[in-house]
Write a protein that binds this ligand. Structure first.
Ligand code: 5GP
Ligand code: MN
Length: 316
């Protein structure tokens, strides 16, 4: 699975590594790890994501962040574009066109809904994180994983596994290998996951205070949801906003959890989580989004109640 990818990576003299919009630690950790390996080989490399304009603060200690390039400065022509943790072209936002200008596009991902939009696609939908796919790729390539690479790779692993709750045989061995390089796993996890300003607590108070349980939704399995209006999220970082779903989804009465995040007047991004019975990536795909079986998302336009109804209908 990795041989053709390695030969693409070995022959490129210039490369752009693209992370997905609204980046998380898996896409940035993956991008910086691949970028670092290429830069060490003498490849001219940029790492970028289309939006927002700033890297989330929780990721500002990841090694290699000097390679991050503002979208408008991303070269138009390179030998190779590598995309990391993006399930579809759309997830690259305004930088998607860089694919068409490159000689080749290598897609590295773990999303079930991946549309295989590269000239070569390394997609393992059983992998814990895209950084886990990359660790296995580096092993096949005989690239030694040092502390800088391990830091980036661990960042994606600890966040995408929900702090090692969603794991499979081999996941802890992977973590062990990365930790054995000498990285401080506790410090990395705290910085990425357990580090919110005090204002997060009153924000949670108002958002969770208006959460709703729709017991007859999802064919009787139940939907729980919360809504984050612009007024709730004002002054909040993406870290605070994206944490809400992790609390909402713990509701025992509901199979599916959703958080509706108002982006502007009538634009909403929606996070979906399921426990076991429902594949939310399929539901999200019918609404123009995608994701994993138990974690997915989409963007919708309309009044709040219409967007909620849209989801309730799609869930059946
Ligand atoms: P989150 O709720 O954390 O934003 O997203 C959960 C999962 O769904 C992530 O793996 C993310 O990549 C995917 N996802 C979220 N929104 C979208 C979207 O609009 N389109 C696609 N294709 N995937 C999405
Ligand atoms: Mn991921």
């Amino acid at each position: 699975m990795f041989a053709s990818a390695i030969s693409l990576l070995e022959t490129a003299r210039s490369a752009t590594v693209l992370c997905h919009v609204q980046p998380d630690a898996d896409t940035i950790g993956s991008g910086l790890a691949i970028g670092t390996v290429l830069a060490r080989r003498g490849v001219e490399v940029q790492v970028a994501f289309a939006s927002p304009s700033e890297l989330p603060e929780s990721m500002n200690e990841l090694p290699g962040r000097d390679m991050l390039t503002a979208p408008e400065d991303v070269r138009s022509r390179v030998d190779l574009v590598v995309t990391v943790d993006a399930g579809s072209r759309g997830r690259l936002g305004a930088l998607a066109d860089r694919i068409d200008m490159a000689d080749a596009c290598l897609v590295i991902d773990h999303h079930r809904s991946n549309t295989r939009f590269g000239t070569l696609n390394v997609v393992d939908d059983g992998a814990e994180s895209t950084t886990a796919v990359i660790t296995r790729l580096l092993d096949a390539w005989n690239v030694a994983v040092d502390t800088d690479l391990a830091h980036c790779l661990f960042a994606g692993l600890v966040t995408d596994t929900g702090s090692f709750r969603w794991v499979r045989p081999g996941s802890h061995l992977l973590a062990e290998r990365l930790l054995a390089t000498g990285i401080d796993g506790a410090a990395i996890a705290r910085k990425l996951l357990d580090n919110h300003p005090f204002g997060w607590l009153p924000m949670l108070g108002s958002v969770l205070g208006s959460a709703a349980l729709v017991q007859d939704a999802v064919g009787g399995l139940g939907l729980v949801y919360a809504v984050i209006l612009r007024e709730n999220s004002e002054g909040m970082r993406s870290e605070e906003i994206e944490s809400v779903i992790d609390i909402v989804r713990t509701t025992s009465e509901a199979e599916v959890a959703a958080v509706f995040k108002q982006q502007s007047g009538d634009e909403w991004t929606v996070s979906l989580r399921s426990k076991t019975a429902v594949d939310v990536s399929t539901v999200a795909a019918t609404l123009g989004g995608g994701g994993h079986r138990n974690a997915a998302g989409f963007t919708a336009h309309g009044a709040k109640t219409d967007v909620i109804d849209l989801l309730v209908d799609a869930l059946g």
